[in-house]
Write a protein that binds this ligand. Structure first.
Ligand SMILES: N[C@@H](CCC(=O)N[C@@H](CS)C(=O)NCC(=O)O)C(=O)O
Length: 225
């Protein structure tokens, strides 16, 4: 099958699919629709006009979780869903916590990074939501290398890009190391970088983040404990 991933390097949802495809050893063509397609052309692929979108020989799939589940079904050689039903549920739970509760405040905070025109009340509220999401997440991971079990899973593909995003945008609001404030999550994030697919995606995210911030600002790396 020929895969084309409509993608943005800094998008945590796109990074989720890239990590999964790297881990599975799948070749794909990565295309940025925001740079190569007109809004109308992108809308003709998907009315959502959001990345990622996977084109599989003409089958057009939007939504990162849908793409991830599809790839698990058709590319089963390297599974990123555990065989045990309880562990599978745990993977899906963590992905859902990320999608519903972690990315919501992070997306809003991303819209507030420019101090000019920043809404302090909104920022305060979103940090409250972020703190809640981090605490919920910490309840369901144990600080070891992988979010579930002893292998890379879709939970890691979801969470690592989101945690990268959290650790890099919150210093712009004066919270220097939001992951360090929740050591279980910090330990998990630090250890999971040992996985090659994780490291590759985090490198890509760092490069894209540095590009977005411009030459004067370095991305914030989390200090190792
Ligand atoms: N629920 C979607 C979210 C995708 C999403 O929000 N993508 C952002 C980039 S991180 C996007 O394409 N935004 C462009 C827009 O909303 O116009 C998924 O999981 O794929």
């Amino acid at each position: 099958m020929a895969y084309k991933l409509y993608n943005a390097q800094l998008s945590p949802y796109s990074a989720r699919c890239r990590m999964q495809m790297y881990a599975k050893g799948l070749e794909f063509e990565a295309v940025s629709p925001f740079e190569t397609l007109s809004p109308e052309e992108f809308a003709s692929l998907t009315p959502l006009k959001k990345v990622p979108v996977l084109d599989v020989d003409g089958l057009i799939l939007p939504e990162s979780q849908v793409i991830a589940e599809y790839l698990e079904e058709v590319e089963a050689d390297v599974p990123l869903l555990p065989s045990d039903p309880a562990e599978r549920a745990q993977v899906r739970l963590l992905s859902r916590l990320g999608d519903l509760y972690l990315m919501m405040p992070l997306g809003k905070l991303f819209g507030q990074v420019n101090p000019q025109g920043r809404d302090p009340k909104l920022v305060q509220y979103m940090f409250g939501e972020l703190d809640k999401a981090m605490a919920w997440l910490a309840h369901y991971v144990d600080g070891s290398k992988y979010a579930v079990g002893d292998k890379l899973s879709l939970a890691d593909c979801t969470l690592v890009p989101m945690l990268f995003f959290a650790s890099n945008i919150t210093p712009l609001f004066g919270r220097e190391c939001v992951l360090c404030e929740t050591p279980i999550i910090h330990n998990y994030f630090t250890k999971t970088l040992e996985d090659p697919a994780v490291a590759r995606v985090v490198d890509e995210l760092e490069e894209a983040f540095a590009k977005m911030m411009g030459p004067k600002t370095e991305p914030q790396k989390q200090p190792a404990e």
